[in-house]
Design a protein. Sequence first.
Length: 366
Amino acid sequence: MKKLVFLMMASALLFSCSNNDDPLPNEGNQKGSITFEVSAVNDLTNGMSGRSGLYSQEAVQNITNVKVHAFLSNGSGDFLYKKTYDISDWTAGTTFKRFEVAGSDDLAAGTYKFLAVGRDASDTYTITPNPLVVDNTSYANVEAMVTANGGESEIFAGSADATITDGSRVSIPMTRKVAGVLGYFKNVPQQLDNGAGANKTVRYIRLTATDANKRVNLSTGTGISTETAAYQIFEIDMNGQTVNNGVYTGNDLSGQGVIKVGNSQLAGAFMIPVVNVQFTLGLYDTDGNVVKTWSVLDGTNNVFSLQANHFYSLGIKKATGSTDGSTPGNPGQPGDEDAPIDLLNDQNIVITVSPAWELVHNLVIQ
């Protein structure tokens, strides 16, 4: 019996695909049994929990649903959908699973592309086309879509090429197809001059973008533009917070397991990749009027692109459950301490590289 072994890694790190067999042409109805060996390479912690809980740059995932879609070469440069395999009993925190496909569900021999997609139970994505159509849907056209911005959550995907012959082994590294955005601030004043000589009560912190996408191509991680519209990434409402020495004491996220420094505000969100976008950080009064705004820079650029599996942070928070960067079993290192942006001072916003995101961007405000 022929065997095809899939080794899938749900990780924010990039791993090379291994396939020791040379590609062979389609061999018609010849089949072989298939075994999936599914691995989640990272130690999973609780930096990102659920659909909207992004509280640090910890590399974690809450995948509970993994599917592998098979696309067969049509001999003309395209790969068309054949079938889907469900990796059963994948639970949040799973690090390895071996799954053997029943012989009746084997693939015909041939040259394939495989697209693995990992989702959490609460996401609102629709995979399109819906449904995937046998011998019609192209591998290059599979997307994930939200009906409205604000519904983004983590979604992982990865691809690999393989020729189904005698005993193939395929490695499919899955990475995030969304970007992470975090804002961490301290010493937000309750009262602030709006620049026109009027002292205003500050109620909201908002991070906004000039554009956002609702669709992402799962094989490339490229966001697909459907409309251009201003988008509010997150808002922190400070109504009801106590005030100490003229600054708000901070939003309470202890119920989510978050530990912050004193007088700090923390929020985050996932975003579908988008090109040529601008961010604005602002303080707003009770009526939603601007009190003060800052332009956000990536390096020296105020126009930049959000890329899949990249992390964009205003302020530094490396671990959700500590202020020194430590996680269970891993003590924090010098330089891992929380560093929220002090909004009483116009200091730069700096982030550091997290090894489990492909790239973490140093953002500054001016």
